[in-house]
Design a protein around this ligand. Structure first.
Ligand SMILES: Cc1cc2nc3c(=O)[nH]c(=O)nc-3n(C[C@H](O)[C@H](O)[C@H](O)COP(=O)(O)OP(=O)(O)OC[C@H]3O[C@@H](n4cnc5c(N)ncnc54)[C@H](O)[C@@H]3O)c2cc1C
Length: 339
């Protein structure tokens, strides 16, 4: 089914809850409907943006084009062996519901990604990650519709070029595709990842072999609920900035100056820093500018105190980024897509 609307508010379609309008809004439940719309409108006249749950977007102005909202549903086991399950999931399915489904089945692979807002279609675009796991770890392939030709193309893991909160769909192929469905490979007897400090602490009393997929998923949910604001209560887009990655050489003088600076060693002589720590150290936690604020428990999350505009939130983020650059010489990059 296709649902076409004109000049509507996007407030309920973005988790920041900011006001912006779109000229056209079309939601689809099937590939055929999407293809018909693509073929009936001239590509050159069509500025478009695909959205899912709007949980990683900041609208700073009205959108003068087509918002394409993916509502393609369905979950299907396409292959099952003694050890593995391959499951194909519609791009419009809610990510957190999908993870809950796999956890209930006791399948290993996605439990650390419990409760991340948004849709399955956006998960590979963003290469979402949490608590030491990224969706790429269980990813097999996806099918996407080309937004100019309407044709379907399959992308395997290599072709997606996954990186930290990155994929080809945020790089060379940005804006060209709508992800229709994604196939994941889950294990029936897999390995649990509890290396992250908050998880280690959570399970410190429990022997490792007594931790189940479900228990790990519940632990992740508990930790997330205690640290992150619920967008239903306070508008936000999760982590506003990416954790910066710098060379070891650039890191050395920082470590000498700030011996407590948290870091995570990567390959290729690189180091990942915690953007939240840099922001917290600079005194921004809990600070507000108008109706936009830095969350008082998690400095990486910017929140809408009630009636913030997208521009207000953008101005706050710019002020933070400038301050961090002046203090640490590090340029913060937004994780949220600013429109
Ligand atoms: C409270 C909170 C906590 C969060 N925690 C995490 C976290 O722990 N880890 C993490 O990685 N992220 C986190 N996020 C960010 C967000 O949940 C993810 O980026 C999520 O994948 C966005 O999904 P969405 O459907 O809302 O995408 P949208 O915000 O609607 O879109 C995001 C991007 O994906 C594109 N897109 C969306 N759907 C499709 C599709 N079907 N085909 C092609 N392109 C598409 C859009 O064009 C846009 O570029 C959090 C956000 C919030 C609000």
């Amino acid at each position: 089914m296709i649902n076409l609307l004109e000049n509507i508010s996007l407030k309920k379609f973005n988790t920041f809850g900011v006001e912006a309008r779109t000229r056209y809004f079309a939601s689809f439940t099937t590939y055929d409907d999407l293809k018909n719309l693509i073929l009936s409108s001239h590509p050159a006249e069509r500025q478009h943006l695909v959205i899912g749950g709007g949980s990683n977007l900041l609208f700073t102005k009205d959108f003068d084009g087509w918002i394409l909202h993916n509502e393609i549903k369905g979950m299907k086991v396409t292959k099952e062996t003694a050890n593995e399950v391959f499951i194909k999931v519609g791009g419009g399915e809610n990510w957190s519901d999908f993870v809950d489904f796999t956890v209930e089945k006791d399948w290993y692979g996605l439990e650390n990604l419990s409760l991340i807002p948004g849709t399955v279609g956006a998960a590979p675009v963003q290469n979402i990650g949490a608590y030491g796991v990224e969706q790429k770890d269980a990813f097999v392939s996806l099918e996407a519709c080309n937004l100019i030709t309407g044709k379907i193309c399959q992308f395997n893991k290599l072709e997606c070029d996954f990186g930290y909160r990155h994929s080809i769909f945020k790089g060379d192929e940005k804006g060209k595709w709508m992800v229709l469905n994604v196939t994941y490979r889950l294990q029936k007897n897999g390995e649990l990842h509890i290396d992250y400090t908050p998880l280690k602490k959570f399970f410190q009393e429990k022997p490792f072999n007594q931790i189940s997929v479900k228990a790990l998923s519940e632990a992740v949910k508990n930790i997330r609920r205690s640290k992150l604001p619920d967008p239903e209560v306070m508008g936000n887009g999760g982590s506003f900035f990416k954790n910066p990655i710098i060379t070891k050489k650039a890191f050395q003088p920082l470590q000498e100056k700030y011996p407590d600076i948290p870091f995570y060693e990567l390959k290729d002589n690189k180091v990942k820093l915690a953007a939240g720590w840099l922001i917290d150290q600079s005194g921004w936690k809990g600070k507000s500018m108008g109706q936009a604020a830095v969350h008082d428990k998690q400095a990486l999350v910017l929140v809408n105190l009630g009636n913030a505009s997208g521009l207000e939130i953008l101005e706050l983020s710019n002020a933070i980024a400038e301050d961090i650059y002046n203090k640490f010489g590090i340029q913060l990059e937004p994780e949220v897509l600013i429109l």
